[in-house]
Design a protein around this ligand. Sequence first.
Ligand code: ADP
Ligand code: ADP
Ligand code: MG
Length: 479
Amino acid sequence: MKKILVANRGEIAIRIIRAAQELGHKAIAIYETPDNDALHVRIADEAIWLGDGPRKDYLDIAKVIKAARKSGADAIHPGYGFLAENPDFAKACEDAGLIFIGPTSEVITNLGNKVIARQIMAEANIPMVPGTQNLLPGDEGTKTALSFAAEYGYPIMLKATAGGGGRGIRRIENDNQMKEEIPQARAEAKAAFNNDSVYLEKVVINPKHVEVQIIADASGNVVHLGTRDCSIQRRNQKLVEIAPSMIQDQSIIDSICETAVKAAKASHYTNAGTVEFLVDKDFKFYFMEINTRIQVEHTVTEMVTGIDIVRTQIKIAFGKQLIFKQEDIQIRGHAIEMRINAEDPKNNFMPEGGKTVTIYRSPGGYGVRLDGFVYQGYTIPEVYDSLLVKLTVHGYSWNETVDRLKRCLTNFAIVGPKTTIPFYLALIDDPDFRRGDFDTSYLETHSHLLDYDEQNTEINKLAKLIAEIHYKEENSYAI
Ligand code: ADP
Ligand code: ADP
Ligand code: MG
């Protein structure tokens, strides 16, 4: 039996605690004051309060290491976000003799830097869009940017080298905008990532975001778990994710997956990771980045492969070899995940934190999976991200999966904060979504879906009914 400290909160902390406990290990939670009532604190075997926070103690490497030492932890799982992609944290774990459940700090350092990652991939002949090195400060950098634009033409992506979570990405349309926005992008990147480096990439017009889950052990075995499509995004951040990609030509899928394995090997990757690609209209694909952590949308891959990725992560970190080979992996059916966020889609997906969940009724049944952390009576802290629960469904065919998802959304009642559920109910009947036909421009080109009638959605009717029927039982009768 080992002790694993989970350096995260919310649904992913719970996901990891469950996997640790299933393996017979003890799970240790950490928390800040706004999370006093959080579920991850309740279900862990031990919980350590770090301080009042908010968002400061969770990020305090020295404190988290101290908590791990105090609890006698053998290993730390960083989840996603927070410290997950911070190489200093992985290094601090290594230096403290703690097992970091993820790749080495060296790999995180290289891949967390989009420019270095592109260099590694270029050397391995991995296809990617043309791009620059980090732009030099001042006029020199602007000069490089303008000549890159003259060579490749607009639009061009101005990206933070250390960016993540959809932040630090700007689409530039002309020279004036380029001159104006480089300094702004730098300042923004400095504030968000403590690194003001920016660089350019040619834009792929209306691409599909296709990514590959990879998993590698310390003995050099690398296996991919197939593709996911995460094209439906708002502000470059994912909302709906599916597995596998709906690209019908299997030879393209195979080629993307093989390239992902090559990318993992080129970067000496260990543990679970995701290789992200953009796919253009002609199904040409381009390397975008490797996320060196468990991904929010790992659930869809688990549903179609049957592999528990978090369990596998823990075993690999404790020195075990992969128990499956590439030929053992089969993709069965389809899975769709919808991120149910406390946000108002009509108000530019503005977060709805601070509200109390007065009614919480979740769907269940065949092929349905929920990864969440809210419960009836829970007040959502304002200071963290807006993800409440991930609804993942699995089905044999795409149609069956969409039908199941619609049934689940109809049965899902969250009253208190506004959520993305009514928007998803509009989306689920969209003919393009029904056909599995979407790219990263989906939200722009389908903005009419935001015109749903808030008061009249099934979900609101249901919530009202639950509130009333509960005791009145108006709809039940005897013969
Ligand atoms: P995923 O890439 O796992 O699908 P997101 O892009 O939504 O999911 O990121 C998951 C969480 O991690 C979000 O809360 C996001 O803000 C955060 N995050 C992702 N990358 C970084 C980063 N490089 N630095 C800080 N936070 C990040
Ligand atoms: P993050 O680290 O924030 O996840 P990524 O580099 O993975 O950033 O890009 C996030 C999203 O931004 C992509 O899924 C895509 O929608 C868009 N994007 C990024 N780079 C490009 C590009 N060169 N062309 C078109 N879209 C892009
Ligand atoms: Mg990304």
